[in-house]
Write a new protein. Structure first.
Length: 245
């Protein structure tokens, strides 16, 4: 009787291990074919600003869509690992309002208690997770580096640990114009971000993030009288792959 019980336990553990191995070895699925935007929802009225150019997704930050200008996948995802290469093409806008971000996610202040701000050549985009703009993994030119989750870091209603957790521990960005690689892992409400082989966000909590939703590539920027008045998403993306967990 005891031997039968022991064998049952071993079989149960073996099956669990096999399932874990199957999950670990699962293949990534390509969600950008390098030829067109099949599998992606082009914003209504975009008029060709999100496009494929020389095998990459190219954006000029001038979508003519009336509402949501972001590019979203048609499929929705829950827990996953996402790999994506990205690069900032240019930074024609100089942002005068970039703060010095401290390790806890707050901003450094001067002797009068005012946020210290600096002028930085800037472009701004990101990877939107589970259909929610607040859960955006940033792509930009700020000294803190890409990978932070601005929507959660700037939410003062969030616990201090949440705001600290979504603040990059290191600037791992390559130079403007060079390609970078994100590996983004979502499990439940926990996020880990690797950038160019370095972990910049580790097991950060994103409270109230939806259980599933599409992945998005973010639009940002606007012009007035032909001049940029906010950081434009002058970005490209390639090699976009996902593995559901």
């Amino acid at each position: 009787m005891r031997r039968t019980f022991q064998l049952s336990i071993l079989l149960f553990l073996s099956l669990g291990l096999l399932r874990a191995q199957d999950n670990t070895n699962a293949e990534f699925t390509t969600i950008f074919n390098g030829e067109d935007l099949s599998g992606w929802k082009i914003p209504d009225g975009d008029n060709g600003h999100w496009k494929v150019l020389d095998g990459v997704i190219d954006y000029d930050a001038e979508s003519e869509a009336a509402d949501d200008k972001n590019l979203w996948t048609e499929e929705t995802y829950g827990d996953f690992i996402l790999k994506v290469d990205w690069r900032i093409k240019a930074t024609p806008y100089s942002n005068p309002n970039v703060p010095i971000i401290l390790p806890d996610g707050t901003h450094k202040k001067n002797e009068d208690g005012e946020t210290i701000r600096m002028l930085v050549p800037d472009s701004d985009s990101g990877i939107l997770l589970r259909g929610m703009s607040k859960s955006q993994v940033n792509i930009w030119g700020w000294p803190i580096g890409s990978g932070e989750v601005y929507g959660y870091r700037m939410d003062r209603d969030m616990p201090a640990g949440v705001r600290r957790g979504v603040t990059p521990t290191v600037n791992a960005d390559h130079h403007i114009g060079e390609w970078n690689t994100f590996v983004i892992t979502m499990r439940g409400d926990r996020l880990t971000v690797e950038l160019n082989g370095m972990t910049v966000i580790e097991n950060a909590q994103l409270p109230d993030i939806p259980a599933e939703g599409p992945v998005g590539l973010q639009h940002h920027g606007a012009k007035r009288d032909g001049e940029w008045v906010s950081p434009p998403s002058l970005v490209q993306f390639r090699n976009i792959e996902i593995r559901e967990l």
